[in-house]
Ligand binder design. Sequence first.
Ligand SMILES: Cc1cc2nc3c(=O)[nH]c(=O)nc-3n(C[C@H](O)[C@H](O)[C@H](O)COP(=O)(O)OP(=O)(O)OC[C@H]3O[C@@H](n4cnc5c(N)ncnc54)[C@H](O)[C@@H]3O)c2cc1C
Length: 408
Amino acid sequence: MIESEDDLIVVGGGPAGLLSAISASKKGVGVTLLESKNVIGHHEHCAGLLSIDGLKSLNLLNLPSNIVQNKAIRGSKIYSPKGELIVVQKNEPTAWVVDRAGFDSHLSSQAVELGVKIRTSSRVLNVKRTNNHLKHILGKRSTTQRIKSKMVILAEGRFPALNEKFNLPSPSRNNIVYASQFIMSGVKDIEREFVEIYQCNSLVPGFFGWIIPIDDKRAKVGLGVINPPASKVLENLIKKHPILKQKLSSAKIEKRMSGAIPIGSYIKRTYADNVLVVGDAAGQTKPTTGGGVIFGGIAAEIAGDVSSQAIKNEDFSSKFLSEYEKRWRKEFRKNLNVMKLVRNYLNSLEDEHVEKLFNLLNKPKIKKKISRFGDVDNQAKIVFRLVFNLRLWPFLLGTGMRFLSKKN
Ligand SMILES: Cc1cc2nc3c(=O)[nH]c(=O)nc-3n(C[C@H](O)[C@H](O)[C@H](O)COP(=O)(O)OP(=O)(O)OC[C@H]3O[C@@H](n4cnc5c(N)ncnc54)[C@H](O)[C@@H]3O)c2cc1C
């Protein structure tokens, strides 16, 4: 028996689901969002480093002050395995650090104000399509409920279960990094304005370590790895890295968190009759840094818009909905492709190659170029400029050949 009905169901109350719901409801569509956890913003499972340009494009520069932990980030300090440092910086702040639990809960309040019906403790177990409608089967404390809708946006995050019900792919399980992050106090020698990156394949195989400052003494210290348990690898990194061990020698862990990030890039198809997929569930996450809130958010706004047009035109065909994929690919597919290549290339380097690369990049002219053209959301811009730098060619050719031969 069907218990309720709405135009659009959004499955998942993370940023991608919430921003899809907000976007569709702004266009006058009836939206119900279903979240399996008992509260939106259940815990902080993310570093919350978000570019100011990205926030601006999502109309989110008016976040309440209690959610924004640091507004001063304007550059990165990047450390080699042996501790050589490259600093890239802008003159103005380029990113904010937000409390992700608070961020999600703020988006959920915005959605409710716009009329979105949010139902927590509502895991969608299955979705069935009949006669151009969808039937959502929910499990809630051992009882089962059914909701009918015209459209669904699937935003289940990194391990989606529902994509396959519509013959849509899911992000590859072979390209997941497992992340661990500690909030630490008493951190020495950090600056509010600089994120720190630790590129060291022997201690952090497959990704990198980070310090994201909240203020001059508190920071989010984390990493991602291919083989869990990530928290053990993080403890080891803190003990062994020549720079990190000094900065954290008397620091205290206030809180621990963990999560997983799909870094294999986007799935090959993100739409089907009556269905769109957004966010981590669609692999719209940057393979280089693991950031998924901004690209997932941009895709979510497009998904909300295209869904509302489908509902107004009563056309839920995959042909009509393919507009969603065209639009998000135009926005950031090229960047995701470049970032995937860069991530795979970086992962193929031994520590000695990383040291050599640092040596080559640590020249005033190159650092100036990286500072000028580096952009966390548009990484293709700086990658193309570096690839065409003649001084880097011998190194890139040598390690590039090695990378290609390993790949095949
Ligand atoms: C340690 C760590 C640090 C990170 N740092 C950053 C960062 O600094 N910047 C950045 O941009 N990104 C960062 N990310 C990535 C970012 O967290 C994700 O890209 C982002 O959360 C994806 O949003 P989403 O809405 O697609 O998925 P999620 O945030 O995972 O939300 C999915 C939601 O769907 C719900 N759900 C799942 N299945 C169902 C179902 N069947 N029925 C109902 N509900 C369901 C889940 O409970 C969940 O609430 C980080 C990730 C990790 C793990």
